[in-house]
Design a protein around this ligand. Structure first.
Ligand code: GLA
Length: 331
């Protein structure tokens, strides 16, 4: 065989290979996924959706951003995705008990589902292990909150006798309960008075519902000199801090520590003067958005089902280090 012949066969081979890569590329281009979130206006969720969209642009699939603030809206979002030809969706549901209904609707359409942040709960009240999930290690991160509060109490020289805790709770949501339980346990271990912890049950996971839940607690227990505030997220802690200000407490009487490390915290740390919002345990919403979208994309394209439960960790962010932590976590 002549050299030119060999070379041209090689070239043909390369051409064929490139041709088939082209085909695979074309098939991947058709992948479309939804990203449905319960609170589309919150910085945490905006960032998750941005990160998923960016990954889609890099890897050649389309991400449709949708709001699902209640069951009805979620179901129509799924219908909408189906009519657009989407093969699956990532979701942080408005109510984890909607899990079975959401899975049902997705199955009707042959769509794949993964959850992010808030894990579906089945009819037996247990997490739905059949749906791959990515979320915070709630209890551990809660403990970080409790420890951060305890250390700051010591640094300020507070006497536990005169310190009350405003615990803003959402016991319907397992990840919320894990987080506040973790914080409570760490506080109690540090010597916090159990009788000084007061619950403010919120109906929703946002600032206004936390504010509404917190206000009456301050009025009822106004005799305490110092307060600590914790909740499932920083938006809720900010609601508690705003309620403490309205009640007339000054920033040096309050230690609020949140969870998330998103725009809400950055805005607070950027204020000229410190407020009662002392810190927040930051978790990478960028990573949550990217990784959950990536998991779903690989499931759709390679048939590789994502891990049943991925748990992420956090870093304490305060006025002193927030810019650095923000950079480190790619936020
Ligand atoms: C829940 C909270 C959000 C955020 C995510 C992170 O959904 O409501 O604010 O903390 O968890 O997993």
């Amino acid at each position: 065989m002549s050299l030119t012949h060999t070379l041209s066969r090689l070239a043909l081979g390369v051409g064929l290979t490139l041709g088939s890569v082209g085909l695979v590329q074309a098939a991947d281009d058709d992948v479309k996924i939804g990203f449905i979130v319960k609170k589309p206006e919150q910085a945490w969720f905006i960032n998750e959706q941005d990160a998923a969209t960016k990954l889609g642009e890099e890897e050649g699939f389309e991400v449709v951003r949708l709001a699902g603030e209640d069951g009805q809206q979620v179901l129509s979002a799924i219908d909408n995705l189906n009519s657009q030809g989407a093969q699956g969706f990532v979701i942080c549901p408005p109510d984890v008990r909607l899990g079975p209904a959401i899975v049902n609707r997705a199955e009707q359409y042959g769509m794949k589902v993964v959850t992010v942040d808030d894990q579906f709960v089945g009819p037996d009240g247990k997490p739905m292990a059949s749906v791959p999930h990515l979320g915070m290690s709630g209890y551990k991160i809660g403990r970080q909150v409790g420890n951060a509060i305890a250390e700051e109490m010591k640094a300020r020289g507070w006497d536990p006798e005169n310190v009350a805790a405003l615990r803003i709770t959402n016991y319907e949501l397992p990840t919320a309960k894990e987080r506040t339980d973790g914080a409570t346990d760490a506080l109690l271990e540090s010597g916090f008075e159990k009788a000084n912890i007061f619950d403010a049950p919120q109906q929703n996971t946002d600032t206004s519902s936390a504010f509404a839940a917190a206000s009456p607690v301050f009025s009822k227990h106004g005799d305490f000199e110092h307060w600590v505030i914790y909740a499932l997220n920083e938006e809720s802690v900010l609601g508690g801090v705003r309620a403490s200000e309205q009640y007339g407490l000054s920033p040096d009487q309050v230690i609020g520590v949140g969870i998330n490390g998103s725009g809400a915290a950055f805005a607070e740390f950027s204020r000229e003067k410190p407020t009662g919002f002392y810190g927040t345990v930051a978790v990478s919403s960028t990573m949550h958005g990217r990784q959950s979208a990536e998991n779903l994309y690989e499931w759709i394209t390679d048939g590789k089902k994502p891990p049943a439960d991925t748990q992420t960790t956090g870093t304490l962010m305060t006025r002193d280090n927030w810019k650095q932590v923000r950079e480190d976590l790619n936020l």
